[in-house]
Ligand binder design. Structure first.
Ligand code: MN
Ligand code: MN
Length: 495
């Protein structure tokens, strides 16, 4: 059966100029309440799911609540996968694969939306706690691309887990409740900052300067370890033992991340934007998840959402998109469809090659404070819609996965028919820098992939800014794509 091709639509008689500006007037009144409700749900998620583990746990709980079952559990039943079935698969508690089975066979391709949940932050080193000048500090190693000077003199919270030698775990979240203490990295006072001020922004605060202040009280005379040499550190160890049942060596088996403390907030007198830690990329990851969970009837093609880890460091490692986790997950579905042996292998390969994907990652917005890096007609604008980026990369499109024109046309049509407000975007001026996403890791299967996500101000800063309209349009865009994209039907792809 050959997939249905959409009929080509005729353009308007007189071509209208392409409007690329704030789209607030284009949102129907009846939809504004839905947009607000969606944005507040997202802000609640952003305020609590601050690490890849927390995002995974929140997504998993929500998916299970709405009927998703583990592929391994599903395999124990003998019934083959049926349209509308909801399945998921996790990788090391950090990366999630979730799918709603479509009416067509897997071999006809998947509609995939993939985002990432890891965010730049400061990780505790494996031996983090030390005392200097009667202050206790944590040594950190930054993760992802940060501007180090932005991480000093702001309240930090610590999130993560400690795994004790016996394998038992203690979850750690401290600094988020208004009654919690917070942590901070000190900065030099301007009065004595003459030499520092003469340095470049990259050198003024170095990676080894990022030491988090965690205590200053020495052990009490009555405490058991009053003879300890480093009394402030000893006191912190006592408190850690009381709170988390941990010893100092347990730091060696811990994932502890220092992140900006506090909830996401609305920005502006008009409350039109959201300030949050880790919009990159939870603004897209959350939208993708919600779009999948909200599929109320079986889609034509199986809809897949990926929430992955390690994008910010190049997608390497077991939980990054460079691993075989995604491919293995699809293979599990193929097996559950009833295929086996060499047939299954061929079905898997066909499925991957015929799929299509939105690489759901953020883009840059034009910032009037820094117009020099914007490409006037090609940098996205605040609240002008979700951003479609034909390519990312740097210099001469180095390391980009460029979407072909035919697929761009297909995506445009899907968005327009679903009332999605979208704009195009390019990552700043040519040769001003650049960046990449997970797009290339899926494109290697030969599938169509395009980057599509929310534009941000202050990307990778401790607090990033996203527009509410753009945030909501990402959800609408992913939902439309999962429901209506037709993998393998773009012209010049004789499937
Ligand atoms: Mn990203
Ligand atoms: Mn990023």
């Amino acid at each position: 059966m050959s997939p249905a091709r959409r009929t080509a639509r005729k353009g308007p008689e007189t071509p209208k100029p392409w409007v690329r500006e704030n789209a607030w007037p284009r949102i129907p009144k009846r939809e504004r309440a839905a947009m607000e409700a969606y944005c507040h749900g997202y802000m609640a998620f952003l305020s609590t799911a601050k690490t890849e583990r927390e995002a995974f746990d929140a997504a998993l709980a929500e998916a299970r609540r709405t009927g998703f079952v583990d592929l391994a559990d599903r395999a124990r039943t003998t019934a083959p996968l049926r349209p509308g079935d909801r399945v998921l698969r996790g990788c090391q508690g950090k990366t999630l694969f979730a799918a709603v089975i479509g009416k067509r066979s897997l071999e006809e391709g998947l509609c995939i939306v993939g985002g990432h949940t890891d965010v730049p932050r400061l990780d505790a080193k494996p031996c983090p706690l030390y005392q200097d000048s009667e202050l206790a500090l944590f040594d950190t190693h930054y993760y992802g691309g940060i501007k180090k000077y932005q991480w000093v003199a702001l309240p930090l919270a610590v999130h993560g887990i400690v795994v004790r030698r016996d394998g038992s775990t203690a979850p750690v979240v401290l600094g988020e409740d208004p009654r919690d203490p917070v942590f901070v990295i000190t900065d030099l006072l301007p009065h004595l900052g003459k030499d520092q001020a003469a340095k470049t922004l990259a050198e003024g605060i170095t990676g080894e300067n990022l030491n988090v202040l965690v205590g200053s009280w020495p052990v009490d005379k009555r405490a058991g370890n009053r003879d300890a040499k480093e009394k402030v550190k000893a006191n912190i160890l006592t408190l850690l033992h009381q709170r988390y049942g941990m010893a100092e060596e347990d730091f060696a088996s811990a994932d502890l991340e220092f992140v900006p403390a506090g909830p996401a907030r609305e920005v502006g007198f008009d409350r039109s934007m959201i300030l949050g830690y880790g919009h990159d990329d939870r603004v897209c990851a959350y939208a993708a998840l919600r779009a999948l969970l909200d599929l109320d009837e079986p889609p034509e093609h199986t809809a897949v959402v990926l929430l992955c880890d390690k994008e910010e460091i190049g997608s390497v490692g077991a939980t990054g998109m460079d691993s075989t986790f995604f491919e293995n997950s699809v293979a599990e579905m193929v097996a559950l469809e009833g295929q086996s042996g060499s047939t299954a292998d061929l079905a898997l390969r066909r499925c991957l090659e015929r799929s299509c994907m939105l690489s759901a990652d953020v883009n840059v917005l034009h910032d009037p404070n820094y117009p020099e890096v914007s490409s006037p007609n090609n940098t996205a604008r605040m609240n002008a819609g979700v951003v479609l980026a034909k390519y990312t990369g740097s210099r001469g499109k180095s390391h980009s996965s460029e979407a072909r024109a035919e697929f761009m046309a297909e995506v445009r049509q899907v968005f327009d028919e679903a009332g999605v407000i979208w704009q195009v975007g390019e990552l700043g001026k040519v040769d001003a820098g650049g960046g990449g996403t997970i797009a290339m890791f899926l494109a290697r299967y030969g599938m169509d992939v395009v980057d599509c996500g929310v534009g941000l101000l202050s990307m990778h800063a401790p607090w990033e800014v996203a527009g509410k309209l753009d945030t909501y349009m990402a959800y609408k865009a992913y939902r439309a794509f999962l429901r209506h994209a037709r993998p393998g039907t773009a012209p010049a792809n004789p499937g």
